[in-house]
Design a protein around this ligand. Structure first.
Ligand code: BTN
Length: 269
């Protein structure tokens, strides 16, 4: 049985987010899918939905998010306790002046709350030693009951706690217990969820520009040769004030804003 401390989490977050609730479920298709369903049905109260297991976890660019099966048995044959990955979504109504850079701001909050050596791979993966530790999927929905410029934001986070199943992964995986052996899924949630909520509110008030230096301090691509999904190559030069990735190619300084573009460091760079 997994020991989540929902009460402590709620106490840490509710003062910032009146009406906030924490829900922990043993299994669901996808925490993002569920909160998008709720949004479309007009259920807009701020919520942190945590799932011990997802049967249809989703990633960016139409990919799947696979959680591990609970970790490899250790040498003595004992399987580590707790979920092999931490999977949750935060849902809340939001109306920032601009949405650009939100996923980068979320990456900053997660990386800073996890470990000094965690890097952010534009636009919203967390990497450790060039391996993927975590992914973020931000979705928004128009919904009945929202006012003015508000949309319902659904911020989904998946963090490997133990080694995930390697099959089908496009990037080699890292897992949190490599960096911080004492952090299991509930302890990791206790660190990242309050930081995430605080960051969403910072972003709402001031956008991405004041957070840019914090992103750049953890930028996994800076100064490296990268390849875009259309084959274009260039050197990553950080991000602009709106969070666009700046890539210096032989022809121009490109500003990559589309989350549909995939960017990879060139092997050996
Ligand atoms: C990515 O790596 O492309 C993003 C992965 C996001 C996974 C999380 S797990 C919790 C939430 N529910 C989902 O179905 N996806 C996100």
């Amino acid at each position: 049985m997994v020991r989540w401390d929902a009460e402590t989490l709620w106490q840490a977050i509710e003062p910032r987010l009146p009406g906030f609730t924490v829900e922990i479920v043993p299994e669901i298709d996808s925490t993002n899918t569920e909160l998008m369903r709720r949004a479309r049905a007009g259920r807009l109260e701020p919520v942190l939905l945590v799932a011990e297991r997802q049967t249809a976890g989703r990633g960016r660019l139409g990919r799947s998010w696979h959680s591990g099966a609970g970790g490899e048995p250790a040498a003595g044959g004992r399987r580590p306790e707790g979920p092999a990955s931490l999977t949750f979504s935060l849902g809340l109504p939001l109306a920032p002046a601009s949405w650009s850079g939100l996923s980068l701001a979320i990456g900053v909050a997660l990386a800073e709350s996890l470990h000094p050596d965690v890097r952010i791979k534009w636009p919203n993966d967390l990497w450790w030693q060039d391996r993927k530790l975590a992914g973020v999927l931000v979705e928004t929905a128009a919904a009945p009951g929202l006012s003015g410029d508000q949309r319902q934001a659904v911020i989904g986070v998946g963090i490997n706690i133990l080694p995930p199943d390697a099959a089908g992964l496009s990037t080699p995986a890292a897992w949190l217990q490599e960096l911080s052996p004492s952090l299991d899924a509930p302890a990791a949630l206790g660190r990242v969820a309050p930081a995430l909520v605080a960051m969403v509110q910072t972003f709402k008030a001031g956008g991405f520009a004041p957070l840019r230096a914090r992103f750049q301090a953890r930028d996994a691509l800076a100064g490296r040769t990268v390849v875009l999904s259309d084959g274009t190559q260039g050197v990553a030069q950080g991000v602009g004030e709106d969070g666009a990735l700046l890539v210096h190619t032989s022809r121009a300084m490109m500003q990559i804003t589309s989350a549909e573009v995939s960017v990879r460091p060139q092997a050996g760079s």
